[in-house]
Design a protein around this ligand. Structure first.
Ligand SMILES: [Ca+2]
Length: 191
């Protein structure tokens, strides 16, 4: 069984980093004005977190508090309210919605965070920087869109204390540089 377990681990590792990795997918039906609203939905959890996994564990038992929708991810607030919450510190956020990729091709993303963040796009892991840290900007994160469409976007984020930042930029296929992902690219299911 030891041998079998080892083989499984190798296959799993190859699947995460190699061509066997699952393909991120857009939703089958485009959002409409009756079913969806602009921006991203967010649920807040008010607790002290040091790691994204602590937020994940907390979410299993604690009730969420729905917050006002997030229009775009352009938060560099210093010592101020975290995202659309009413708190400066000790905030966890579960952010969900759809991200519109207008064309197939090679995108890249750039995330600036303070504190921890984990992002899934199209149902697959995109990026994480899961611990407490000062403002940190990621290296370019490649994302190959097999088709145009609205891709499920899920973000776990927390701010422990003092300053907070969460910024999402992209470089669409053919673009020269990174720019803020605009409000028009986000929708979420009405709640
Ligand atoms: Ca902080």
């Amino acid at each position: 069984m030891r041998w079998f377990g080892g083989i499984c681990a190798v296959v799993l590792a190859a699947g995460l980093i190699g061509p066997l990795a699952a393909q991120p997918k857009p939703v089958a039906e485009a959002p409409t004005a009756t079913s969806h609203a602009p921006g991203l939905a967010v649920d807040y959890y008010f607790e002290i977190f040091n790691e994204i996994e602590e937020l994940v564990d907390w979410m299993e038992s604690a009730g969420p508090r729905a917050g006002p929708a997030i229009a775009k991810l352009d938060y560099k607030v210093g010592i101020g309210k975290v995202l659309t919450s009413d708190s400066n510190d000790f905030v966890g956020a579960h952010i969900r919605g759809l991200l519109h990729l207008e064309q197939a091709g090679a995108y890249a993303f750039e995330v600036t965070s303070n504190d921890g963040v984990r992002i899934d796009l199209g149902g697959e892991p995109l990026f994480e920087d899961p611990s407490v840290h000062p403002d940190t900007t990621s290296d370019p994160i490649p994302f190959q869109a097999a088709s145009a469409g609205w891709y499920p976007l899920e973000i776990l984020y927390f701010e422990k204390k003092n300053t907070s930042t969460l910024i999402l930029k992209w470089r669409p296929p053919g673009a020269a540089g990174f720019s803020l992902v605009p409000e028009t690219a986000f929708m979420h299911t009405k709640r």
